[in-house]
Design a protein around this ligand. Structure first.
Ligand code: SAH
Length: 557
């Protein structure tokens, strides 16, 4: 068998990315767009020792699970991978994918899997879309989605996963661009203005957000864009985002509101969320409610619990759980998302949720270490983690193991990294109790999973001894103590921490220069920012007290 040969084969399985897998001449062949049950003719495009990759040339006998896809671009477009597969079979594929990762990567022989939660109408479910703007070979402005693995735009304004307003908005934006000669961005040359159109839609509120991402600082004819877009009922927020870097990253860090509010509002269950363009928000609100419902069920809250929600985004899970817990702490890396989280707590009148900006793998170990120095054990009854695809950082998992929460609820969008992390937790003190996939991303190969872990024994000491059993003289507790010693606090108490503390406790931020002044007055060592904004007035007595309180809280004084 050689490259460019054409072969016939039956597809017997599907890979994690949704590609068909079949065997021919002792070789395993991976074929994109071929579905389980298809008999196909494929052209070999790449050949290794025992496996290769083929291009689907012809479907000789269609799979009994092959259906008419809604979108005619489903093969070229990088958005969907398995749209032509019957939806029930898609769900089966996702269930198996999670199971297989737990078995092969996690080493769980028979994980306690519950059946995947599917969607009744698996179309038009996405509340967010980012459309790239470019030009075709005749120079006409186009928009759509990137083809798989490339940045070639497949022109299509009617995605079967998106909402109806997408098309209207794109027609308006491109219409204005054409009329007033506003240029489309060209990735190769780095020239041209309009890069992307980001659209968000509140399913419960019908509010619309449009954010135009531009390769520049100002948008010409902004008033025309605004007046045309405002003709759409539900328009709530129109903004521009400046991104002048030649990268794959879609959004820059700066947003300027052109019209309306800097956010839209939406509901999940009874909780109201304000969402700004830069914040993460689950893309499938119908399934998200089911997902959070499961997270709440797994957390099994009675009202006395301290809960940590790590990777909390705009506080969605935190606020969903806050009503049933004593208090919730959320941690998130994106500052704008934390601003949203705090505002969301406020608008829902939730007072037992606090939010911290920073990396989960730094904030939690720092908290643990701080408590240890005070002779206390950092405490959590339940820890929820919902990391991005790369999963949890090892330093975070180590700290969770040290904190020994009774339950861990792991929400994951990548079952491979989930399995890797579960292995670490279950090799130590945790037991895998429940696993349930949720189909958040119908027609793609992705799947969300909720997992419940419980601590094997309430008394971690005995448990650890039994678990390790590495012979006499090697008391496992010493290992733990040693690990704790190894946790050097990464950072001293920063100005940011002081600001966040005063904001959380007193409701106001304090200027860096004020903190510097108080520190100087107290004779504390100054690191940086000591000369910041010297022309500022002196802090009020109230602010001085708040800063001193924060310094005491962080044990600086
Ligand atoms: N739980 C939220 C968000 C989940 S998405 C929800 O359901 O809406 C993952 C979030 O983790 C994103 O908001 C991302 O900004 C954040 N994140 C990524 N890396 C992080 C890190 N190292 N520490 C804390 N948050 C992180």
């Amino acid at each position: 068998m050689q490259k460019n040969d054409e072969v016939e084969l039956v597809i017997e399985d599907m890979g994690t990315a949704g590609e068909g897998i079949g065997k021919t001449g002792g070789m395993t062949l991976f074929v994109k767009d071929a579905l389980i049950g298809d008999r196909i003719r494929a052209k070999i495009v790449k050949l290794k020792k025992s496996y290769g990759y083929g291009r689907l040339m012809e479907i000789l006998e269609p799979s009994p699970w092959r259906t008419e896809a809604k979108c005619s671009f489903h093969r070229q477009c990088g958005g969907c991978q398995i749209q032509a597969l019957d939806y029930e079979k898609q769900l089966e594929f996702k269930q198996k994918k999670v199971l297989s990762n737990l078995q092969h990567i996690g080493g769980f022989l028979n994980p306690p899997m519950e059946s995947v939660v599917g969607m009744e109408v698996p179309y038009y479910y996405r509340n967010k879309a980012q459309f790239p703007i470019g030009t075709d070979k005749n120079g006409r402005i186009i928009t759509g989605f990137y083809a798989g693995r490339t940045h070639q735009i497949i022109a299509n304004r009617e995605c079967a996963l998106g909402v109806w307003v997408n098309r209207k908005i794109l027609d308006i934006v491109i219409g204005v661009m054409e009329k007033y000669n506003v240029t489309a961005y060209d990735e190769k040359s780095g020239k041209g203005l309009m890069r992307h159109v980001l659209i968000r839609y509140g399913f419960a509120t019908k509010e619309i957000m449009v954010c135009l991402i531009i390769n520049g600082k100002t948008l010409p004819y902004a008033d025309v864009f605004v007046s045309e877009l405002c003709k759409l009922e539900g328009m709530t927020s129109i903004s521009i985002n400046m991104n002048q870097k030649n990268t794959n990253v879609i959004l820059g860090s700066h947003i300027e509101v052109l019209w309306g509010l800097p956010y839209i509002t939406d509901y999940i269950g009874d909780i109201k969320y304000q969402i700004s363009p830069l914040s993460f928000y689950q893309v499938n609100p119908v399934q998200t409610e089911k997902l959070y419902g499961l997270a709440l069920e797994y957390a099994d809250l009675k009202g006395h619990e301290t809960v940590w929600d790590l990777y909390c985004g705009i506080g969605t899970i935190s606020l969903f759980l806050a009503g049933k817990a004593k208090r919730v702490f959320g941690v998130e890396i994106v500052p704008q998302a934390i601003e949203d989280a705090r505002r969301n707590a406020e608008i829902n009148h939730i007072q037992n949720a606090e939010f911290f900006t920073g990396k989960a793998e730094e904030i939690l170990p720092e908290f643990y270490e701080k408590e240890r120095r005070r002779g206390r054990q950092a405490y959590a009854d339940v820890i929820v983690v919902d990391p991005p695809r790369k999963g949890c950082d090892k330093a975070l998992l180590d700290t969770i193991l040290l904190m020994k929460p009774e339950r861990i609820v792991y929400v994951s969008c990548d079952s491979a990294t989930l399995a890797r992390d579960l292995k670490i937790l279950c090799n130590r003190d945790y037991e895998l109790r429940r696993v349930r996939p949720v189909d958040q991303f119908c027609h793609t190969s992705h799947v969300e999973t909720v997992v419940l872990l419980s601590h094997k024994k309430p008394d971690g000491h005995i448990n650890v001894k039994v678990e390790f059993g590495e012979g006499e003289g090697k008391v496992p507790l010493d290992n733990i103590a040693k690990r704790v010693e190894e946790y050097k606090p990464k950072e001293r108490v920063t100005y940011k921490m002081i600001k966040e503390y005063t904001e959380a406790k007193y409701g106001f931020k304090v200027h860096t220069a004020y903190i510097a002044e108080v520190k100087r007055d107290l004779g504390l060592p100054m690191y940086d920012a000591s000369n910041a904004a010297e022309e500022l007035k002196h802090p009020t007595a109230e602010k001085v007290e708040a800063i001193k309180d924060a310094l005491k809280h962080f044990e600086v004084i």
